[in-house]
Design a protein around this ligand. Sequence first.
Ligand SMILES: Cc1cc2nc3c(=O)[nH]c(=O)nc-3n(C[C@H](O)[C@H](O)[C@H](O)COP(=O)(O)OP(=O)(O)OC[C@H]3O[C@@H](n4cnc5c(N)ncnc54)[C@H](O)[C@@H]3O)c2cc1C
Ligand SMILES: NC(=O)C1=CN([C@@H]2O[C@H](COP(=O)(O)OP(=O)(O)OC[C@H]3O[C@@H](n4cnc5c(N)ncnc54)[C@H](OP(=O)(O)O)[C@@H]3O)[C@@H](O)[C@H]2O)C=CC1
Ligand code: HEM
Ligand SMILES: [Fe+3]
Length: 470
Amino acid sequence: MEKTNTDELPLAMNSTEKQETVCIFGTGDFGRSLGFKMLQCGYSVVFGSRNPQMSSLLPNGADVLSYPEAAKKSDIIIMAIHREHYDFLTELTEVLNGKILVDISNNLKINQYPQSNAEYLAQLVPGAHVVKAFNTVSAWALQSGALDASRQVFVCGNDSKAKQRVMNMARTLGLTPLDQGSLMAANAIENYPLQLFPMWRFPFYLSAALCVFFFIYCVIREVIYPYVYEKKDSTFRMAISIPNRVFPVTALILLALVYLPGVIAAILQLYRGTKYHRFPDWLDHWMLCRKQLGLVALGFAFLHVIYTLVIPIRYYVRWRLRNLTITQALLKKEDPFSTSSAWLSDSYVALGILGFFLFVLLGITSLPSVSNAVNWREFRFVQSKLGYLTLILCTAHTLVYGGKRFLSPSILRWCLPAAYILALIIPCTVLVIKFILILPCVDKTLTRIRQGWERNSSYSKSPLNGKTDI
Ligand SMILES: Cc1cc2nc3c(=O)[nH]c(=O)nc-3n(C[C@H](O)[C@H](O)[C@H](O)COP(=O)(O)OP(=O)(O)OC[C@H]3O[C@@H](n4cnc5c(N)ncnc54)[C@H](O)[C@@H]3O)c2cc1C
Ligand SMILES: NC(=O)C1=CN([C@@H]2O[C@H](COP(=O)(O)OP(=O)(O)OC[C@H]3O[C@@H](n4cnc5c(N)ncnc54)[C@H](OP(=O)(O)O)[C@@H]3O)[C@@H](O)[C@H]2O)C=CC1
Ligand code: HEM
Ligand SMILES: [Fe+3]
C-alpha cells in the first residue's frame, strides 16, 4: 500500500500512526473546549499562551508553551483568540510562515468590520494558509457533546490542501464539514451565527401582517357594523369567532403563497424560453423560504382546528341552540330536514379534515429525520403533488363552507365581503394557473425548458450537444 497522505486522513486515526499534533493559540473558553475534544479524539495538543505558567483549568495531557514555542510544534494552528487581539501575530510571521492558521473567530455584530476576520488574519500573516472553520460550534456544545443544532462546520480557504486537512480534522471530531469555497466566503460564514432565524423572518412578518389585517377587517364587519346598525354588543366575538376566521384565512393564504412562487417561476421560464436566466432576487428569496411559510401555515391550521373543536361548548352557541328550540316549540313550527344542507355541511367539514391530514403529512416529511429517509423523488412527490392536493382540499373546504351564501348580496357589509372570500383569491388564482401549466401542450414546453432546451438559442439546436429535440 502507498504511504498515507495526511491530506487524505481516514475518519479516525490509526493507532499505529504517530499522533498528529495540533497547536491552539489562546487558553480561553473555546481553546480549552476544543483542546479537550481534540485530546479525546486522539490528537496531541499544544497550547500557546501569554502566560504558560499561569494557565489553569487546561485539559489533562495538553502542553502549554509561549506562543512562538507552541507554533513550532505543529503546522496547524487554531486561533482561539478574539480578532481584536490578533495584532501580536505580526511579530510571529516568521514562525507562522507556511503554517495552516484556522480562524474560528466570531464578531458581535453583522459586518462589524469592513474585512472578514479570516481575511484580516491572512493579511497580517501573508505567508500562512488561512482557513475559516468551527465558528458555528459553541464552546459549551463541544464540551458537553450536545451538538444537535451545530454539527455543521462551514469551511473556506484559498489553499485546498490546507482546507482538506481542516475538514478531515472536523470529521475526526465528529462534525460535518461543508466546503464553502475560497476565503471570500469568510464574511458570510462569520455573519451566519449572528443571524436570527433569517428564513423565518419573512413568513413571520407576513403572517403577523395578515392576522392584524384580517382581525381589524372582521372587527369592522362583525363588531362595529352590528353596533352601528343594531346597537348590538358583539365584542365577545373577538375571543373565538373572529380568531377562528383570522387563523384559517391566514393559513389558507400562506399555503397558497407556498405554491405561488413555483407557478410564477414556471411562467417566467415559459416567457423567457429558457431556464438559464436568474430569477429576480425577491423570487429566489421567496422560493427559499417556502418550507418556513408552509410550517407557519400549518401552525395556523392547527389553531383553527382547536378553535373549531370548542364550538359546541361555547356559551353563545348553546344559548342560540336552546333559544331556537324553545322558539320553535312555542310557535309549534319545525324546520324541515334539508338533505342539501346536510350534504354541504358534512362535505365542507370532511374536506377540512382531509386537507388538515395532508397538511400534517407535509409537516412530518419536512422533519430532517423523515426527509433524510426518503429519496428525492419521494420527497418531491409528497411536497409538490400532495402539497397541491392539500391546497385543493383546503380551498374546496372554504368554497363549500361559503356554499349557497357565496353570491348573496346580504353577506356584504359596508361593501366588504366576508373574510373567506378574500382568502380564496390567491388559492384559486394559484390553482387555475397550475391547471393551465399542466395542460399537455404547456407542460411539454415547460418540461423541455427545464431539461435545458432554449427557445431562442442556436446552441440548443446544435446536433453536437445532443439536445436536438426541437
Ligand atoms: C407543512 C409544509 C411543510 C413543508 N416543508 C418543506 C420542506 O421541508 N422542504 C421544502 O423544500 N419545502 C417544504 N414545503 C414547501 C413546499 O411544499 C415545497 O417547496 C414544494 O416542493 C413546492 O412545490 P412546487 O410544485 O411549487 O415546487 P417547485 O419545485 O417550485 O416546482 C414547480 C413545478 O416545476 C416542476 N419542476 C421544478 N423543478 C424542475 C426541474 N428541475 N425539472 C423539471 N421540473 C421541475 C415541478 O414538477 C413542479 O410542478 C413545505 C410546505 C408545507 C405546507
Ligand atoms: N466561546 C465560544 O463558544 C466560541 C468562541 N469563538 C471564537 O473563539 C475565539 C476565542 O473565544 P473565547 O475562547 O470564548 O474567548 P476568551 O476570552 O475566553 O479567550 C481568548 C483567549 O485569547 C488569548 N489572548 C491572546 N491575546 C490576548 C489579549 N491581548 N487579550 C486577551 N486575550 C488574549 C487569551 O489566552 P492566553 O491568556 O492563554 O494568552 C484568552 O484566554 C473568539 O474569536 C471567538 O469569537 C467561536 C465560536 C464559539
Ligand atoms: C380538522 C380539520 C378542519 C375542520 C374540522 C374544519 C372545520 C371548519 C369549520 C367548522 C368552519 C366554520 C367555522 C365557523 O363557522 O366560524 C371552518 C371554516 C374555515 N376553514 Fe376549516 N376546518 C378544518 C381544516 C381547515 C384547514 C386545514 C384549512 C385551511 C388551511 C381551513 C380553512 C378554513 C377557512 C378559510 C374557513 C372560513 C373561515 C371564515 O371566514 O369563517 N380549515 N372550518
Ligand atoms: Fe504552503
